[in-house]
Structure formats: structure tokens, C-alpha cells
Design a protein around this ligand. Sequence first.
Ligand code: GLU
Length: 477
Amino acid sequence: MASTDGAGTGTVVTRFAPSPTGYLHLGGARTALFNWLFARHNGGKALLRIEDTDKKRSTQDAIDKILEGLDWLGLDYDEAPVFQSERGSRHVEVAEKLLEHGYAYRCYATQEELEEMRAAQRASKQPLRYDGRWRHRDAADAPPGAPFVVRLKTPEDGETTIEDKVQGRVTVRNGELDDYILLRADGSPTYMLAVVVDDHDMGITHVIRGDDHLNNAFRQLPIYHAMQAIEGGWETPTYAHVPLIHGQDGAKLSKRHGAVGVEAYRDEMGVLPEALFNYLLRLGWGHGDQEEFTKQQAIELFTLEGVGKSASRFDTKKLLNLNGFHIREADNTRLAHLVADKIGPSADAAVLAEAMPVLKVRARDINELAEGAAFLFSKRPLQMTEKAAALLTDDARAILAKISAVLHAENDWTIEALEATTKQLAESLELGLGKLAQPMRAALTGTTTSPGIFDVLVLLGREESLARIDAQATPSE
Ligand code: GLU
């Protein structure tokens, strides 16, 4: 089937262009993911641009966190990141070209004048925007030596249509576009200019970003058109504006919803990168009713046609379900190391790796895995949870004494043999297996939830198991 996402001709080049003013949040991570997948799916290039022109709000810490978050998610880039702040002179060069060819002009309006203009617009209920007062004035009118900004001469008539790969066809009347600023009075370039110049110079073919930037696309296109007329080679990119992520309450995702940097999903929630990758993919993109995707499958299947038009809702439960799936798929030694880091110095990664097949069956995050594995490293006398302590009644302790006796006589310490022996005892006592397993679990793990009780016996080994059971059993007379 022919693709309609404009990826048919030439090499696809995408970019992720975060402003480093905070952590890599979920929305940013998803934008990064979609750009990366689109490039990989089409055998193109994925590029990264750090938009650090806002010197006051950009920090090195934020840059580091973004790079670390992308790396953790497994998103790699084909070239070193471009730092927008280092490209100022190139931005100015383009602004000057626009000026020279009559596509931009100097505006000498003072702050007071502009405030008056806005007050008048407000009073007559007009939209607040620059009225083009210097657009048609003769440069000779310029007050000598006065400060000026450079504004783009946006088209006044007609309309502009974008065939957005997600939003569909969107048309805006050109009269609605203001002659916005390209260079500030101090000569520094604005975001709107910098983005277009950088996207052009980096050879970006597809701009995939949040739909909060859709309006910007209409303002950015006139720069491409002007530069195309001046020097050629400024083809406009294909746009795909992806709906934002909302919280469960339907409002735009914010800190209020517990939205945090991706590293919090790793460090605090115990989420695997491939699970967050999978979850972010499904947050706004679909392929039939399939929920679980590996990275490779995602690369094979990702197209812009699969991106939905409506905002997606963040759902922690769904994320954890996917995380459980990816935990079960994950390599046991890798999980063992993640769990060992959570448990701390008492943990032994080799023991954890051996136990992992039974530990990971139910866990939905690394914290749960660590909790479930803690019994392996507990020291006698075991600390009992309240529930476990309540289970260890006199009757239960008497049963443990009987279990102890048969297990001491058991030489074949395998799941099968231990299960057979314990079942035999349950039958002879005319008790259900649960009546034996519950106190055993409490004695062996100090808790009331654990992997299967025979798995626990084997994981702990004969000596430790018997010692833990004997510590809780009624002492023999
Ligand atoms: N730096 C912008 C942001 O973080 C993105 C600009 C763009 O994608 O064009 O919102």
C-alpha cells in the first residue's frame, strides 16, 4: 500500500526540539518517540535540537535530564545534538536576507505606541495584534539612531492551507497572521525565526510535534515561502501535529496529575523503559487492538496514519499492566540487577536471577518485585507483617511442627517431591493444603503473599527453610 504520510520521496529527516526549561515530561517523550519511530520506520534520520535560546529559563541540568531520559528510553540520534543558541548569527543572516529582499521590515514603534495601539484595539474589541504601522512606511521616516525590531511581512490576502498528517486539512486566512518579530531590538532572533532556519538547515522533512504548535506552523510557513522565492531550496516540511496528553479528568496533563519527568517513572514507579516506550506509543497511536509492542514491532508498524486526532488520557493502571507484561518478557539477569539496586546491599543478584522466573510472574513494577524478593535476604529471626503474625496461632504452630518433621525427613529437595510430601501430610491430617501453606508462607517469608510455597522452599534451600519453619513451630517435647 502506498503511504500517504509524505515519506515516499527522498530521505525522511525528523527532529525532536525540546526547550530545556525542565525535565523530559511525558508529552515531550512521546513527541520524541513519534519522531524517532517515523525516522526509523522510513530508514531516515532522527535528529535532536536543544532549543536553548531562552537563556533565563534553560539550564544545563534540564539538558542533562532530557538527554538521559531519551537515552534511557532507547531513542538514539544520528548526529550530535544541535544547540540553537550557537546558531544565532545564522538566524540573523536569514533575517537580513528577508529584509534585503523586502520580505521583512524594520519597525520603530516604541513600547508606549504599541501599548496605545493595543488599548485602542481592546476598546474597539479588535483582536490584539501589531497593526503593520511600519510595513508601508518609508525607511527614510526612521528616527535616526532609534532602536528597531525586524518584522516579517506576512501575506495580507488569500489563505494558507496545511495538509497536516494528523489534523487533516487546516486553512487559515492570511489576514489573521500578524507581522511578528524576527529580530528583537537587541538583535537577537526570536523562536519563530530560529525554528524555521534550523529546520531548513538541518534538512528536516517532517515536523512532528504537539498540536499546541499548529498555529505556529501558519506563521512559520511565510518564512519558507519568502526564502524559497529569494534563493530556492526552502521546501516546506510535512507537518504532523499530535494531540496533547490529558489527565484522567480530561484536563491537559500537568504537575497536578503527578506528571513528572521520565526518570521518576524509572526511579520511583519502577517502570522499565520498554514499557514506557510501549505505553507512550499507545498513547495516541494504534494498530488494530494490539496493546503490546516491542521496539522492533513499533519500528515496523509506525506510520502517521495510525496517530489519532483526539487527545489521549494518561492511565497509570494501563502503564503498570504493560509494565507487568514487559517484566515477564525481560531478561532475568537484567531484572535481578534492577531489583538488587532497589533492595540494597543485602541483595545478591545471582540469587535474584535464579528466583526471577517465579518472582516476576505477578509483579507490575520493580518495587513490587523487590518487595516480593525481600524474603530471600531476610535474616532470622524474621520480621513478621501484622497479617503474617496473626496467622501464626497455636494451631498453626502445631501444624508447622508436623510439617517440620516430614520435611526434615525429606531428602529430595525439589518442587515435585516437596509438594508430594506436603500433600500427603495434609491428607493424613485431613486438612486442605492451604491450611499448611499459609503458616509455612508466614514462617518462610514473614508475609502472607509470596511465590508458590514450594518454589519458596527450593529458592531458600533446605537448611534455611527448615530453620525458618522450626523458628515458628511449636517446639517438640
Ligand atoms: N521547543 C519547542 C517546544 O519545546 C518545540 C518547537 C517545535 O517543535 O517546533 O515546545
